[in-house]
Design a protein around this ligand. Structure first.
Ligand SMILES: Nc1ncnc2c1ncn2[C@@H]1O[C@H](COP(=O)(O)OP(=O)(O)OP(=O)(O)O)[C@@H](O)[C@H]1O
Length: 256
């Protein structure tokens, strides 16, 4: 464990970040970036100064969801994050690449190094909360992030079609190894509410999230529906116009 603590990187001299929350998932495409964005928006609406670090280096989707087209600039002290329409500070590889459709064909250590640089070289000014959109999975790169950045808590995003039990077990083990608490679980794409009859359909089958949460003594902090409106807003870069209160209980938990 001492090795873990020793490798924590130093934040840029001009930065000040009060709380760092990592958003983790078992695999790609379950909505980790969506949950990162919604919780960041919610905390910003509650009057906090909020940052998002997009550590999903090979599949960065945060800039697109927020409709960010401007590239990040730097000054003598470091790299400046790009501000979203509502003032959330964002850093993502796509804000640095000349052409954001270029694939990132980097090996693990380089990716890990880039995430470290997002911590040490970006100027994160007076952030109450930083949300880190983690690389998918509980492998090498996620481990690097946890070893080099002082993460205060983890949110695990799952979807009903995953092997939730295995993913949560892995996340719990990783969190224990790193001595970081799991704040809770969020299940995305839990159900679809039919606009015609108001009925809820479990498109991906029955969820087991409640049993698993109980087994590990964790909280299920939200179950998000499949909502074409959400997908559209993500695609149009208008995530900040999303309806209120989707992740209210998670936001309450963070403010405790
Ligand atoms: N609840 C939902 N309803 C409708 N669309 C959704 C929902 N959750 C996610 N999506 C859509 O699915 C896509 C993938 O979501 P997202 O990028 O958040 O996943 P991810 O887990 O971060 O994936 P990756 O790890 O590949 O970046 C997005 O385009 C988003 O619009």
């Amino acid at each position: 464990m001492s090795e873990t603590l020793n490798s924590i990187e130093k934040l840029n001299d001009k930065s000040n970040v009060k709380k760092v929350i990592g958003i983790l998932s078992g695999k790609g495409g379950v909505g980790k970036s969506l949950v990162t964005s919604i919780i960041a928006i919610e905390m910003q609406r509650r009057g906090n100064k909020v940052a998002i670090m997009d550590a999903d280096i090979t599949g960065p989707s945060i800039p697109k969801m927020f409709g960010l087209t401007e590239k990040a600039k730097g000054n003598k002290d470091g790299i400046l994050p790009v501000k979203t329409r509502t003032g959330i500070d964002v850093m993502s590889l796509n804000l640095l690449l000349e052409n954001d459709t270029d694939p990132v064909v980097w090996r693990g250590p380089i990716i890990g190094g880039t995430v470290k640089q997002f911590w040490t070289e970006v100027i994160w000014e007076d952030e109450d909360y930083m949300f880190i959109d983690m690389p998918p999975g509980t492998g090498d790169i996620a481990l690097t992030v946890f070893q080099s950045i002082p993460v205060d808590g983890i949110i695990v995003v799952t979807s009903p079609q995953e092997l939730v039990s295995m993913i949560v077990t892995k996340a719990v083990k990783m969190a224990k190894m790193m001595n970081i608490p799991i704040i809770g679980l969020v299940e995305n794409m839990s159900y679809f509410k039919c606009p015609d009859n108001g009925k809820e359909y479990k498109v991906f089958g029955e969820s087991h999230i409640d049993e698993i949460a109980k087994e590990f003594n964790l909280k299920v902090l939200a179950k998000l529906p499949i909502d074409p409106e959400i997908a559209q807003r993500c695609d149009r870069g208008e995530i900040e116009t999303i309806g209120l209160n989707l992740l209210d209980s998670l936001a309450n938990e963070l403010e405790k």
